[in-house]
Design a protein around this ligand. Structure first.
Ligand SMILES: Cc1ncc(COP(=O)(O)O)c(C=O)c1O
Length: 478
């Protein structure tokens, strides 16, 4: 009988194809500084993707060529002048781990195998890095959005009692609190968890863009008076607009007084703990009941890799454990190793993203990763001071961490929003740089986020020079 296998017929030829692919990947990373930042995919390439589901294969060599052809059309975040949103720059070392992970093809839902032990070690390092106590639990996930869902479900189930997992929520009246500058993934988690996004109360910020503690207390008391049940307060360590870090210590105190779960969204800011910089106040980070953060942002592990840490492994398990018969653990053999990762999150099958994190931390060490973070903060201060010194630009907010929000002002005041939007689009489309935009106090800002180990001072000079040139040119033609 004919045997069907997906393994190559000619392993030597496949090996050569794999070497070619590796070369292409290395060349892409080695030349990350060169050329355009963002290159939109040409229309004919988009059209070429639009093909019927293939019933006949074309073989690995032809596929390798197709993959290589895609390499120039990333978002641009490997380039030193990518400044948009909060994207990490990635690093070549992760290629090695990704190859290893693909070769092992491990499923990290559970069982007793090498990959599970690597993830456990990574989580142990995370616990140590963030100052969480021994016995805390965690999971590597796709990113902070998923980490948040896991944290908030644990908090919800703790408050409602574990029976809500089977019986549903009824009308829980649970409400939680986060700063008005907090990330939208929090509202999405409230929505996904059946609490309704309105149950997350946005608390105004004080002039330093931190959650206003007095306003928080007043809102908690108002909600209690109305018969609602406050259950959660969220601190932001590094807000997406400005990099503001809430007063985490004070929030931890309020959480204790008011008997609330204290979650921290530390997507990128929590990793600034490695910078070991007294000016970055993360005091209280280690007092959280749960902490979400990413490796793919300021630590430059290639996408995707995030982490959830939960102080009480017992509560974490209560929120997610429970397995079908075919997944029961054994005392020994391959099914040993209880509890399994599936007991700590919603996914059963999971890839080996822990490998690239484990490899990355060992390749670079936390000192160097911290130095790259310090470098970005110094660069943000430099850019901020250049903007502040220029008569044609205006700084729209203080530089708090690694983000600079500003705009070109030497034009008709009524048209500044449109003009600055146009500057950003032109910078992106010309391939020169890729900042993004945000709104601050109702004004459009050019937003420069520095989470990029490849950025040098000259890149910031070029950005400002081009933004100024475009401001002048576009302002005149408006
Ligand atoms: C403060 C903050 N929280 C949460 C997120 C969401 O993280 P992820 O994209 O890893 O899900 C981001 C993304 O930029 C963020 O900046």
């Amino acid at each position: 009988m004919d045997h069907t296998t997906l393994d190559p017929q000619d392993w030597e030829a496949f090996r050569q194809t794999a070497y070619t692919m590796l070369d292409e990947a290395l060349n892409t990373m080695m030349t990350a500084r060169e050329g355009r930042v963002w290159t939109p995919m040409p229309a004919e390439m988009k059209e070429a993707l639009n093909r019927e589901l293939p019933s006949q294969g074309i073989g690995p060599e032809a596929v390798q060529e197709k993959i290589s052809a895609l390499l120039p059309y990333g978002v641009g975040n490997t380039h030193p002048r990518f400044f948009g949103w909060v994207h990490g720059a990635g690093s070549p070392g992760c290629l090695l781990a990704e190859i290893g992970a693909a070769a092992m093809n491990a499923n990290l839902g559970g069982r007793d195998h090498g990959a599970i032990h690597v993830e456990k070690q990574v989580l142990e390092w995370c616990r140590e890095m963030m100052g969480f106590p021994e016995g805390s639990s965690g999971l590597l996930v796709s990113g902070t959005s998923m980490a948040t869902v896991i944290a908030l479900k644990t908090a919800r189930d703790q408050r409602l009692g574990v029976s809500c997992r089977a019986e549903g929520l009824g009308d829980p009246g649970l409400v939680g609190y986060a700063s008005a500058q907090a990330h939208s993934c929090l509202q999405r988690a409230f929505d996904l968890l059946g609490l309704g996004s309105d149950a997350l109360r946005p608390i105004p910020c004080d002039p330093s863009f931190q959650l206003d503690l007095g306003a928080l207390k007043r809102q908690i008391h108002r909600d209690r008076e109305q018969g609602l049940t406050p259950f959660l307060v969220i601190g932001t360590a590094g807000s997406v607009n400005l990099g503001a870090i809430d007063d985490l210590d004070a929030l931890a105190d309020i959480a204790v007084e008011e008997e609330l779960w204290f979650h921290i969204d530390g997507a990128f800011g929590a990793t600034a703990i490695l910078a070991d910089d007294p000016a970055i106040n993360l005091n209280g980070l280690d007092r959280a009941d749960s902490l979400a953060f990413d490796f793919h942002k300021w630590l430059h592990v290639n996408y995707d890799a995030g982490c959830i840490l939960i102080r009480s492994a017992k509560l974490h398990l209560q929120a997610f454990s429970g397995r079908a018969e075919y997944l029961q653990a054994a005392g020994q053999g391959l099914a040993a190793g209880n509890p399994w990762p599936v007991d700590f999150g919603p996914e059963l099958s999971r890839g080996f993203r822990a490998l690239k994190v484990w490899a990355h931390l060992q390749e670079h060490g936390t000192d160097k990763l911290g130095a790259a973070i310090r470098q970005n903060c110094a660069q943000a201060r430099y850019l901020g001071s250049r903007v502040a010194a220029s008569p044609d630009f205006e700084l729209l907010a203080p530089v708090l961490l690694n983000i600079v929000c500003f705009r070109f002002t030497a034009a008709n005041p009524g048209e500044l929003d449109e003009l600055n939007q146009a500057i950003v689009i032109q910078l992106q489309e010309s391939g020169t740089a890729a900042p993004s935009t945000t709104q601050l106090h109702g004004r459009l800002a050019i937003r420069v986020n520095l989470t990029n180990h490849r950025t040098e001072t000259a890149d910031l000079d070029l950005l400002l020079q081009e933004a100024w040139r475009l401001g002048r040119t576009l302002g005149e033609t408006a």
